[in-house]
Design a protein around this ligand. Structure first.
Ligand SMILES: *[C@@H]1O[C@H](CO)[C@@H](O)[C@H](O)[C@H]1NC(C)=O
Ligand SMILES: *[C@@H]1O[C@H](CO)[C@@H](O)[C@H](O)[C@H]1NC(C)=O
Ligand SMILES: *[C@@H]1O[C@H](CO)[C@@H](O)[C@H](O)[C@H]1NC(C)=O
Length: 243
């Protein structure tokens, strides 16, 4: 578990985003699984390469791809890639390409690994994990600014995200965005998304768990994200998704 902080000023944040666009995105976080290592140029690596190139072409059109490669169980690899619900296919493709190159550098011999970017998530494992909620790694990001009325703010944010969890779990893209008024001048914007291998029930469960982390991660903060291997939520006081 790790947490990192968003810059306190939206101007700074926007500037950082601009820089990121120019320099190329860097991962939010990654984790190499410690369970098994494969040998260089062996059958597992060859299956993994096939899986990653399959995910390259499979993911961008729908924003999600999933596959398994390998005849023999001991060398089989299973993986998926998921793009932000509002990313277009070009952004999705760029992110998945970047993610698969970067994860191979960061976890060169691990049979399982996961990497997150703003625009996508990519993971693989020697175990067939499809349909199961991934509780292994979860991390938080938050805006250091405090809401002026934290109790009202927390409650409204929670209600919004709970509503989005319900919506996301019943639509094919397993993704929902929305907003709620917060007094006269401000709104809270929210986002909820699951990997599409999950059942509707597991998607809802995963998102509810993530919402349950809000007091730990982002109590009274003006923006926050709970990000895991099967679902993620985010809220901000400015719009951060395209319609
Ligand atoms: C895999 O490799 C890493 C790094 O070289 C090492 O720390 C770890 O113990 C290895 N795991 C196994 C199961 O051999
Ligand atoms: C995808 O989105 C990016 C950034 O918003 C934009 O520059 C690009 O033109 C879009 N591409 C397509 C094919 O819509
Ligand atoms: C937000 O509130 C916390 C706890 O009350 C405080 O420690 C922190 O300094 C505040 N942050 C800002 C940016 O005002």
């Amino acid at each position: 578990m790790s947490s990192s902080q968003f810059t306190s000023s939206i101007y700074l944040f926007t500037f950082a985003l601009l820089l990121q666009t120019i320099l190329g995105a860097s991962p939010l976080y990654h984790a190499c699984s410690s369970s098994q290592n494969f040998t260089s140029n062996g059958p597992y690596e060859s299956n993994l390469k096939k899986l990653l190139s399959y995910l390259h072409y499979k993911t961008p059109p729908q924003g999600f791809g999933l596959g398994s490669v390998g005849k023999f169980v001991q060398f089989q690899t299973h993986g998926l890639a998921l793009c932000r619900g509002d990313a277009n296919s070009t952004e999705c493709k760029t992110c998945v390409n970047e993610a698969s190159n970067e994860i191979r550098k960061r976890c060169p011999y691990n049979e399982g690994a996961i990497i997150w970017y703003d625009n996508c998530l990519l993971k693989y494992s020697n175990k067939d994990f499809f349909g199961q909620i991934d509780n292994e790694v979860r991390f938080f990001l938050f805006n250091v600014r405090n809401a002026s009325e934290p109790e009202v703010f927390n409650q409204k944010t929670r209600d919004l995200l709970s509503q989005l969890a319900k919506e996301a779990s019943v639509v094919p893209k397993m993704y929902a965005v929305g907003e709620v008024e917060l007094g006269e001048w401000t709104k809270v914007y929210g986002y909820a998304q699951c990997t599409r291998d999950l059942s509707s029930m597991n998607c809802f469960k995963c998102l509810e768990n993530a919402i349950g982390e809000l007091p730990t991660c982002c109590d009274g903060k003006e923006g926050g994200r709970v990000i895991g291997g099967s679902c993620n939520i985010r809220y901000e006081i400015y719009p951060f998704f395209s319609a």
